[in-house]
Design a protein around this ligand. Structure first.
Ligand SMILES: Nc1ncnc2c1ncn2[C@@H]1O[C@H](COP(=O)(O)OP(=O)(O)O)[C@@H](O)[C@H]1O
Ligand SMILES: N[C@@H](CC(=O)OP(=O)(O)O)C(=O)O
Length: 448
């Protein structure tokens, strides 16, 4: 049995629905499919999830929301009409949306999650309806019925382990099962969404639950490339990646696959195949436990912007037992997660996503570190980008770092910080945001 997830771009229009049906029906092992909400049809288009977020915000703020409601409905109408489906399904979707707004209009967090989830939920209903219309047995399966139980953290759900036992029952069912991605149910029965891009997570959970032979992740590119194709034209395609490599790369900027989607399939030993809905004949990229890395020690280069660094100096910091813990405790008190903490004898830097450090919070943290730890200097450096060079062969290959520093020098990029050694498969470089694409291109030249 195969579990196939179709991303937003794969289910964005009637034409894309047809391609999905063709792919699913061409292999009888593709028994369970997970769908996202309609994604972008063209570059400037708005994803359904973003429309639904706008809708939730308007309802919460008491603003008129007729325009966004209409825009949401138009997306489904366009798909249903293009597939020549009866209007009955559209009426159901409209009624469902109205009910959500009515039920949760005074609970902003629940409203947001329920509306976000409705994007995938209604698309799954539409997809199952389409298969039926084509004369095939297909069933929409709600995540509660499937057994996807999650923590009650709105917008940030995590799977509860007991889900896996219940998910096994899906194997007994007949026909094509269509499950909406992106959300599960809390133990108290509330809809809770995964982080953005989380339909990949649903697909992985379902694949692990039913012990699928493969988890196929259908998207809009022929493969995973060794570098983001919007930075380098026509980069090298990757045939294979290990789970470890993919986790590091997706966490650090390869948005094609969600980093949290690897854990369930990794634990269950299920290979992932990333494929293109628009070109299903292409072999795609396999994510597996091990790969032969002799020929290609470096798998990829990922990058992301929007980081900052809290730089702290204190003379004799090295003698002060517990200094690092106290700094991190202050961040924990403020609910802040950090990425890296490079340190020297009298210095420590904490690198984190800049969006977490805004307004009063920033000042409060600086004041606390200053007064409670009596530091000599503390300042925040903004506009940082992180670049991650990732590869299983990195440890056994001499000169990986040297190649990178040479490439940076040639491209006139100043390295703000380096972190190597804590992960066996990656090396991190911090650079100024304005230099990041130049730096990535230079790295691509030396490694590929
Ligand atoms: N290294 C990479 N390899 C392939 N695609 C990448 C990479 N890094 C970023 N991407 C982007 O990921 C996109 C696919 O992911 P996403 O937009 O989430 O698709 P979907 O609509 O299938 O969920 C690609 O169109 C591409 O722009
Ligand atoms: N629709 C959700 C979840 C998701 O996974 O979407 P996509 O498959 O388009 O990345 C989002 O936009 O975040």
């Amino acid at each position: 049995m195969k579990v196939a997830k179709f991303g937003g771009s794969s289910v964005a229009s009637a034409g894309q629905f047809r391609k999905v049906a063709h792919i699913v029906l061409s292999d009888e092992q593709r028994r369970i499919i997970v769908v996202s909400a309609p994604g972008k049809r063209f570059k400037e288009d708005i994803k359904m999830t973003d429309l639904l977020i706008q809708l939730a915000n308007k309802v919460t703020n008491g603003d008129s929301c007729d325009d966004v409601f209409t825009a949401v409905m138009e997306r489904y109408e366009e798909i249903a009409e293009g597939l020549e489906l009866s209007s009955e399904i559209i009426e159901k979707i409209k009624a469902d949306l109205k009910k959500i707004i009515d039920n949760y209009k005074n609970e902003p967090e629940r409203l947001m999650d329920a509306l976000k989830a409705s994007g995938e939920d209604n698309n799954a209903k539409l997809m199952a309806f389409y298969f039926n219309h084509l004369g095939h047995e297909a069933h929409y399966v709600n995540p509660k019925e499937a057994g996807i139980f999650v923590t009650d953290e709105p917008g940030n759900a995590q799977i509860l382990p007991e889900s896996y036992e219940k998910l096994k029952d899906l194997k007994k069912r007949t026909g094509i099962l269509v499950i909406p991605g992106f959300f599960g149910y809390s133990k108290t029965g509330h809809i809770v969404t995964f982080p953005r891009g989380g339909s990949d997570i649903t697909g992985s959970i379902v694949a692990a639950g039913v012990g699928a032979e493969v988890y196929e992740n259908f998207t809009d590119v022929d493969s995973i490339y060794c570098v983001n194709p919007s930075i380098v034209d026509n980069p090298r395609k990757l045939k294979e990646l290990t789970y470890r490599e993919m986790r590091e790369l997706s966490y650090s900027g390869f948005s094609v696959f969600h980093d949290e989607a690897l854990e369930p399939v990794y634990r269950a030993g299920i290979p992932v195949c990333v494929k293109n809905t628009n070109n299903p004949e292409a072999p795609g990229t396999w994510i597996v436990a091990e790969r032969d890395h002799k020929e290609q020690p470096i798998a990829g280069i990922a990058s992301d912007t929007g980081f900052c660094s809290i730089n702290i100096s204190k003379y004799l910091m090295n003698r002060e037992i517990g200094f690092g813990r106290k700094v991190l405790q202050i961040l924990e008190d403020e609910g802040i997660s950090y990425e890296h903490t490079p340190s020297g004898i009298d210095n420590m830097s904490i690198i984190l996503r800049a969006a977490q450090l805004e307004g009063e919070k920033e000042q409060r943290i600086i004041d606390r570190i200053q007064t409670e730890l009596n530091v000599d200097d503390i300042h925040v450096e903004r506009n940082l980008a992180l670049i991650m060079v990732v590869g299983e062969g990195m440890e056994q290959t001499v000169g990986v770092a040297a190649k990178a520093t040479m490439a940076f020098a040639k491209a006139n990029v100043n390295i703000e910080m380096i972190n190597q050694g804590s992960s066996e498969v990656s090396m991190m470089f911090g650079v100024k945001e304005e230099a990041v694409n130049r730096a990535v291109k230079a790295l691509y030249e030396v490694y590929f």
